[in-house]
Every structure is written in C-alpha cells, then in structure tokens.
Design a protein around this ligand. Structure first.
Ligand code: ZN
Length: 67
C-alpha cells in the first residue's frame, strides 16, 4: 500500500524496507531533495505511474495545440 501524498511528497509505503530504512531518513531529512535512499521500489513504481498519468493529461491539454 503506497500513499504518494504523504510526507510532503516523499510518499509512504507499508513494506518492511520503507518502514525500517526509508522512514528514518525521511523523518530526519524532511525538506531535502528525494534520493534513492528516501524511496522504495513500490513508491518509485507508483511515482512512475502517477507521472505518466499526469503527462498524458498534460499532452491531451497542450500537446496537440501546436499543429
Ligand atoms: Zn515499499
């Protein structure tokens, strides 16, 4: 279970890696840019999906105006 909107955009995941290793880093470094150690594979996968959906929506709105 991934919640991308949690932790100021860092996201939150219920997996063991996130709970044990990622959360302490986010908690200590909140406000710093995200790095490989502040995500897990599930958050990255969800981010990729979210980004693609946003891009598709943006392209629908703007991408075809240039004709
Ligand atoms: Zn995870």
């Amino acid at each position: 279970m991934v919640d991308l909107s949690a932790n100021d955009g860092f996201g939150e995941c219920s997996c063991k890696r996130w709970q044990c290793h990622v959360w302490p880093k986010i908690r200590d470094k909140l406000g710093e840019p995200a790095t490989a150690t502040t995500t897990c594979a599930h958050v990255r996968a969800a981010l990729g999906f979210f980004l693609r959906e946003v891009l598709k929506a943006w392209i629908r709105q703007h991408g075809q105006d240039r004709g």
